[in-house]
Design a protein around this ligand. Structure first.
Ligand SMILES: CCCCCCCC/C=C\CCCCCCCC(=O)OCC(COP(=O)(O)OP(=O)(O)OC[C@H]1O[C@@H](n2ccc(N)nc2=O)[C@H](O)[C@@H]1O)OC(=O)CCCCCCC/C=C\CCCCCCCC
Ligand SMILES: O=P([O-])([O-])O[C@@H]1[C@@H](O)[C@H](O)[C@@H](O)[C@H](O)[C@@H]1O
Ligand SMILES: [Mg+2]
Ligand SMILES: [Mg+2]
Length: 205
């Protein structure tokens, strides 16, 4: 659903993308710096319980994932290597965010929430894997309640508000995200199954 914001986001980020490109910075550098910054901020701030500053810094770096694509499209359709790097490093960034939260929950003796954060990490990775595998087999899988932008917005907004002292919001956000991610896995499996069963087996790769 947040995909609908892509044209507006592209308009806002295009001047910045153009300025970076003029300085010789490539989309791949933006992808890599965004991931490194996300992981470093998540593993520095979250385990200390500094949820609000952590979320602000992570949000800054995570937006690089929008900027890299804007920059790539400014000079054409983007590169194959860039597309691969972007998707792969997204998994690394997500792992940093949710493991940072899980470490904080362990350290602060909130074990159930540590489990929920780990579930969000794994379920989010499965959501992405199902799509990548389906596309690798020649099918489509552009469906689901909690795609990556939704997962990041729910995770980051609840962590940020939790860091500001809003009671129960982080727990509520993570439980919601866990449920939405599980539903999304189900939606994607059904979507892929519908396509897969209509293909004669010998044409499968
Ligand atoms: C009360 C709380 C208030 C907070 C309000 C928050 C509101 C929410 C604000 C913003 C939401 C913005 C969401 C925007 C969604 C945009 C749409 C979308 O689909 O984005 C998807 C992506 C990027 O995906 P991807 O990487 O696949 O796309 P690209 O555009 O990069 O294109 C890929 C292709 O480009 C080529 N390419 C790429 C890279 C490369 N190196 N070479 C290339 O060639 C190639 O062809 C590729 O195939 O977006 C995301 O996943 C990131 C979403 C980020 C959302 C962050 C939201 C943070 C929100 C809130 C944080 C609150 C912080 C403060 C909290 C305190 C509360 C008071
Ligand atoms: O499958 P999902 O995790 O919801 O969302 C995906 C992103 O996480 C991935 O990095 C991107 O390259 C895919 O095109 C897709 O948008
Ligand atoms: Mg990107
Ligand atoms: Mg990405």
């Amino acid at each position: 659903m947040l995909k609908l914001l892509r044209p507006a986001v592209t308009r806002v980020l295009t001047p910045l993308g153009r300025a970076l490109a003029r300085r010789g910075i490539s989309p791949n550098v933006v992808t890599a710096v965004g991931t490194l910054g996300t992981v470093a901020a998540a593993l520095f701030f979250y385990p200390r319980g500094e949820l609000f500053p952590g979320t602000v810094v992570i949000t800054f770096f995570v937006l690089a994932d929008l900027l890299d694509g804007v920059m790539a499209r400014m000079v054409g359709q983007g590169s194959l290597w860039g597309a691969f790097l972007d998707s792969t490093l997204d998994r690394v960034g997500d792992a940093g965010i949710f493991s940072g939260l899980a470490i904080w929950f362990v350290v602060s003796d909130q074990r159930v929430l540590a489990g929920v954060a780990l579930f969000c990490l794994v379920a989010g990775a499965v959501v992405s894997y199902v799509k990548a595998r389906a596309e690798g087999l020649g099918m489509t899988c552009d469906v689901g309640l909690a795609e990556r932008p939704e997962r990041l917005v729910v995770g980051l907004v609840s962590a940020g508000l939790g860091g500001l002292g809003v009671p129960y919001i982080l727990a509520a956000g993570l439980w919601l995200l866990a449920a939405a991610s599980a539903v999304t896995v189900g939606q994607r499996l059904l979507h892929v199954r519908r396509q897969a069963v209509s293909v004669p087996p010998r044409t499968l790769r």
